[in-house]
Design a binder for this molecule. Structure first.
Ligand SMILES: [Zn+2]
Length: 349
């Protein structure tokens, strides 16, 4: 079967090649790939900056944002042939640490977790893949291709859960949320904010095109300036850019007792214009909390499936701005600024 593979830590090594059928040790459920979303992590892996092949192998099958159709459910009770499923990405570490031991692999303490398509386990960019029944999440069949948005939705579902849990440490009635960034994570974070009845604002660089249009179609407000020029103090900031200046402005401008949740992974950039001690003073004097959030556990996958099932299908469809064939995977990896989510489509749905 065909698969998109990469030699981790070697830039430009990605290729579509023939590989053997998925090994049974990956799980008893056999799935036909329908589509796999491409994200910044995939781009970093193909640029040689990130990623680990399985032990004993030199190449890794790429892809962690899956959508597939069950070909053979094996002895599983909950799945049947034809079901649409998405594969959970992370697996608990083998020790396991206390958090992995209780199923919170997203909070792994020793870093020895593995991740499909990223860290030591093959991903989902192959014509067929296998998965353990307990890591195969069934999705609402009416979602169709939109089910490929599940994985990024789980990331924001966890971020929201943690931000709200922190806010509830004291009496708290959040009304406004500022989402910084209008990529798939930012837009899905905005969707979840709207679903919770909050007043949602999205701030990003783009001034026109599908991203601002998607924000407005959600009933949220789009801003393209700086956080400092917003004119109000948000109760929650969902930070989805990873840009240092946006982060320090967000911490400086958030409302008293507000929570800044960081989900973007940035690198470098110019030295901060607001000194760190000044940023910290803002947080101290307003009882703010800054939290980081990554990955998701099974509870978040369950909640994300519910959020997607509740969402307007036409709005979700706005997020998939490109579909490429496996042969054209390089086009999918070279996403333009106007693209939101590009998927590689392996089979019709
Ligand atoms: Zn762990």
């Amino acid at each position: 079967m065909k698969a998109i593979t990469v030699e981790p830590k070697k830039a430009g090594s990605a290729q579509l090649e023939n590989v053997s059928e998925p090994d049974l040790h990956y799980g008893s459920v056999l799935v036909e790939a329908i589509a796999v979303g491409v994200c910044g992590t995939d781009v970093e892996i193909t640029q040689g900056k990130y990623g680990w092949a399985p032990p004993g192998a030199t190449r890794l099958v790429l892809g962690h944002e899956s959508l597939g159709r069950v070909i053979d459910p094996g002895p599983s009770n909950g799945l049947k042939k034809g079901d649409l499923v998405v594969g959970i990405v992370r697996r608990p570490d083998p020790v396991p640490c206390p958090n992995c031991a209780v199923g919170e692999w997203d909070m792994c303490r020793n870093g020895q977790y593995t991740e499909r398509g990223i860290k030591q386990v093959h991903g989902f960019m192959s014509e067929r893949w296998r998965i353990e029944p307990e890591y195969a999440m069934k999705i609402d069949p009416t979602l169709g291709i939109l089910g490929v948005l599940m994985e990024p939705t789980t990331v924001v579902t966890k971020a929201w859960e943690h931000a709200l849990a922190v806010g509830r440490r004291a009496f708290w009635e959040p009304r406004t949320v500022l989402v910084t960034g209008s990529g798939p994570i930012g837009l899905l974070a905005a969707l979840l904010g709207v679903q919770q009845g909050l007043e949602v604002h999205v701030l990003a660089r783009t001034q026109s095109g599908p991203k601002p249009e998607a924000v407005r179609a959600l009933g949220a407000t789009y801003h393209s300036g700086r956080v400092a020029d917003l004119g109000f103090a948000p109760d929650i900031v969902m930070e989805c850019t990873g840009v240092g200046e946006v982060i320090s402005e967000a911490i400086s401008r958030i409302a008293a007792s507000g929570v800044v949740c960081l989900t973007g992974v940035g690198h470098g950039g110019p030295l901060p214009t607001i000194p760190m001690a000044d940023v910290a003073s803002c947080a101290v004097l307003k009882n703010n909390v800054v939290i980081g959030s990554v990955n998701a556990n099974k509870r978040h996958w369950y909640k994300a499936a519910e959020a997607l099932a509740r969402a307007d299908r036409a709005w979700l469809a706005r997020l998939i701005t490109g579909r490429e064939r496996p042969e054209d995977f390089a086009k999918a990896l070279g996403r333009g600024a106007q693209q939101i989510k590009v998927v590689i489509q392996f089979a019709d749905i």
